[in-house]
Write a protein that binds this ligand. Structure first.
Ligand code: SF4
Length: 438
């Protein structure tokens, strides 16, 4: 997998509109608030689908040739494999057929052409790779395949494909100036076969060269300048924040969510709508009024959540949500009597007050904290407590797709025991010996 640019195509709408987001994300990565990169089964699946499509187009294969085969590739140093089933083939075939048709007619074309445009942006790390770029007559074609079926990607005003178009245009001007001079229009296409859309699986937008260049000058250049020199501003909107890694704790995004909720609720709540205002601007009377509505509102939201969870458990798609396993706090394992736990802890020759609170057994979290302090080793403390505890499975939760937990099938509770967190096999005896040596 190629390295991501700081100002890349897939995140273009975020850094071009919320012009301080890149800086804040960098700070948050350094502070350990968000991890660098990150992956999900959906992202891996998308990468495999792209790779399969590229292989088929470049080598003249039919996606059907890969049916039932285990398709492997390296993503950021990890080996990722998927069995190519009908779902993969049906989707990738639409993409492959579309590109094959186009490339037959193109004077010039490339797959996954990587271009950086640092020179044009005072050294800023901007660039990207279009899945397909080709020139047919006076039209530059930029095609982008989307394997996801969660969110429908719109082509109208799509920042990602426009940035790829600029990158390819700059590359052609540098390396194939005669061909570049012929370009008068840009046609951008999204191919997203697995997500139903009113405009179909293949969606197109055509703009003039002049429009594209004006967008580059008026939107992209000032946005990168603001991001780079620290004069950017926080700006939330649904599309901008969609894939932003800061979304979970960004104040601007929280305000936007509250505003959206207010608008959505006002359509459905029959009584007077709640005002989501700064509490300092509310009178006591207004606050009492809000509180008197809150129980009904919470109940109503709970019912919506219950309804959508049961919809998802039946196997129906709930847009933007997924089912994950829901574990409770650690409890001592079933069959692990207090006497057994005490016996095990006594063998560690620890003072009783370390694991008693004072007359009753400490909770797993308290025990881990005290042990970590006593042993001066967090990992050993965690290992000891892990051998004694388990997380009770509490059913399924319907959460936002951005949640880091693995998605499970609707009937996942039946396979729970196979996937429950397994304690690491660290030998308590070894820890005891080490402690005695001290
Ligand atoms: S969540 Fe939205 S507003 Fe907040 S930093 Fe990200 S893009 Fe900007």
């Amino acid at each position: 997998m190629a390295k991501h640019h700081k100002y890349g195509g897939s995140s273009c709408i975020r850094w071009a509109i919320c012009t301080i987001s890149s800086k804040l994300i960098e700070q948050d990565v350094l502070a350990g608030k968000i991890s660098k990169g990150g992956s999900s089964v959906y992202a891996d699946q998308g990468s495999v689908a792209h790779d399969l499509g590229e292989t088929c187009i470049a080598k003249g294969y039919n996606p059907n040739d890969f049916y039932n085969q285990n398709y492997s590739m390296k993503i950021d140093g990890r080996k990722v494999s998927f069995v190519i089933d009908e779902d993969f083939i049906d989707a990738v075939k639409i993409y492959v057929d579309h590109i094959n048709y186009k490339k037959e007619r193109a004077q010039w074309w490339r797959l996954e052409k990587r271009v950086h445009i640092r020179k044009e942006l005072d050294g800023a790390d901007c660039g990207g790779s279009a899945d397909f770029a080709g020139v047919v007559g006076s039209v530059l074609h930029i095609d982008d395949y989307k394997h996801g079926k969660g969110i429908g990607v719109e082509i109208g005003g799509n920042f990602q494909t426009r940035l790829y178009a600029i990158c390819i245009l700059i590359w052609l001007t540098r390396h194939k100036p005669k061909l570049a001079k012929k370009i008068k229009h840009i046609q951008m296409t999204i191919i997203q076969p697995r997500k139903s859309h009113k405009d179909g699986a293949i969606r197109v937008e055509k703009i003039t060269l002049k429009e594209l260049l004006a967008w580059f000058e008026d939107v992209i250049k000032p946005a990168i300048e603001a991001n780079e020199n620290g004069t950017g501003v926080l700006s939330a909107n649904t599309k901008t924040c969609e894939w932003c890694p800061r979304k979970a704790y960004c104040t601007e995004h929280a305000k936007l969510s509250a505003k959206n909720a207010e608008q959505e609720f006002s359509e459905f709540i029959k009584e007077e709508a709640l005002e989501l205002e700064d509490i300092n601007s509310l009178t006591n009377e207004q606050m009492i009024n809000i509180l008197s509505h809150s129980k009904d509102l919470i109940k109503w939201i709970g019912k919506i959540e219950e309804h959508l969870t049961s919809t998802a458990e039946k196997g129906e798609t709930v847009e933007g949500r997924k089912l994950v396993r829901n574990f409770g706090n650690r409890v001592y394992k079933e069959g692990m009597s207090e006497r057994r736990i005490l016996r095990k802890l006594k063998r560690l020759k620890l003072n009783k007050e370390i694991y008693y609170d004072p007359a009753k057994l400490k909770t797993p979290a308290q025990l881990e904290k005290t042990l970590a302090h006593t042993l001066d080793n967090k990992a050993d403390a965690k290992a000891i407590v892990t051998t004694l505890t388990e997380k009770p499975f509490k059913g399924l939760l319907l959460v936002d797709n951005s949640d880091g937990r693995d998605e499970v099938a609707p009937n996942a509770e039946t396979e729970f025991s196979a996937h429950a967190e397994k304690p690491k096999k660290r030998k308590i005896r070894k820890i005891r010996k080490r402690k005695n040596r001290k």
